[in-house]
Design a protein around this ligand. Structure first.
Ligand code: 5AD
Ligand code: FES
Length: 364
């Protein structure tokens, strides 16, 4: 096990370029992954339910500023159809993801969750942006199991720069929202982008420390990918920090995944689509071999999938759910891993439940 108590050591791993030395990092992360979460790779079927968004995130291709794209919102039957497909393909979880679309109302999403639970009884993860306490409580009551909300960067100045204020749309403190989700009984996921213009190596160290302090169930890490219609890509010089700028490349992303595995050993870590996008041949596998244990295959109907363009040239955009399924199972098998069965509950939740029952026994 590598000793990562010192921030300077983490920083030096992030900037390390010697392949022989890096072998130590990959091996340590893979060993901890195997010991903590095993060889199973859990598949979470992603349903991109709406590309309508009221926010102005400077990196995101579906932000309110992009007037050039056609907008869509899936209806209840279309969403349920995707969930049925997930069941047929043997996935344990569906992820309902969308822009911050006011049309995805509290009652509409609650109804979808109940219908999915009643008909296919899969674990339900939500990824619907910053929402009110009432909505989060309603969805949890309706049966939602997990919520994903990346904090994107732990640097508050950079965060504010890439999330400009929008009229009549208050910005929440995402860290506080993550804590609230935990109190509501959700399994909580978060994550960051790597190589955001303006992000420094010290910021990445702090991102890793934040993962630790939040004790997250799931942590998604992908490279920032420039979308030509966004301010971050169009005006990159206004954001860059020339001396300290983190690179948005595969190697840095994989180092972040490996370090996350070592620092939060029992979290679920996806090999993200953004990573697969910068290396279409090997990105998924490399993510899984550097500490990852989850993949989120896309179940969105192809006609909508092309419109959910957070960044260009997204991996798997032209493949059907079935094609992705066959492809991913092959990739998983070829690296000697197995496909997980069942909901793939966070190992951390099992640990927390065991701690709770021990405490109860102690009190009795
Ligand atoms: N490049 C990489 N990742 C992006 N995301 C959004 N836009 C981009 C981009 N241009 C990520 C964010 C968000 C998640 C759903 O997708 O981290 O939280
Ligand atoms: Fe909506 Fe980013 S602008 S998710």
């Amino acid at each position: 096990m590598l000793d990562l108590r010192d921030d300077a050591v983490i920083r030096s791993w992030l900037t390390e370029r010697d392949p022989t030395r890096l072998e130590t990092l990959w091996e340590a992360a893979d060993r901890v992954r195997a010991a903590q979460v095993g060889d199973e790779v859990h598949l979470r079927g992603l349903i991109e339910v709406s590309n309508i968004c009221r926010r102005a995130c400077a990196y995101c291709g579906i932000s309110v500023h992009n007037k050039a794209i056609e907008r869509y919102r899936m209806n209840r039957e279309e969403i349920l159809d995707c969930a049925r497909r997930a069941k047929e393909l043997g996935f344990g979880t569906v992820v309902i993801q969308g822009g911050e679309d006011p049309g995805l109302t509290g009652p509409f999403i609650a109804d979808c969750i109940r219908a999915i639970k009643a008909e296919v009884n899969l674990a339900v993860t939500l990824s619907l942006g910053e929402r009110t306490d009432d909505e989060l409580a309603l969805w949890r009551e309706a049966g939602a199991d997990r919520y994903l909300m990346r904090f994107e960067t732990s640097n508050p100045v950079l965060y504010a720069k890439i999330h400009p204020a929008v009229a009549n749309c208050p910005s929440l403190d995402r860290i506080a929202m993550l804590r609230r989700l935990e109190r509501l009984g959700y399994e909580v996921g978060s994550g960051v982008m790597v190589g955001i213009p303006g992000q420094t190596w010290d910021d990445l160290v702090q991102d890793l420390r934040t993962f630790q302090s939040l004790d997250l169930d799931m942590i998604g890490i992908g490279p920032w990918l420039p979308h030509p219609a966004t301010p971050l890509a169009k005006d990159i010089e206004a954001f860059d920090t020339p001396d300290q700028q983190v690179v948005n490349d595969k190697l840095t992303t994989l180092k972040m995944v490996a370090l996350t595995r070592l620092l939060v050993p029992d979290a679920n870590l996806p090999a993200t689509t953004a990573l697969a996008t910068i290396d279409k041949d090997q990105g998924r596998e490399l993510g899984l071999m550097s500490g990852g244990n989850v993949i989120m295959p896309n179940l969105t109907p192809p006609r909508y999938r092309v419109l959910y363009e957070l960044y260009p040239d997204k991996a798997c955009v032209n493949e059907t759910a079935e094609e992705c399924d066959v492809c991913l199972r092959g990739r998983i098998a070829r690296i000697g891993r197995t496909v997980g069965v069942g909901p793939g509950q966070s190992p951390k939740q099992r640990r927390k439940a065991a701690q709770q029952s021990n405490a109860n026994r102690g009190a009795a």
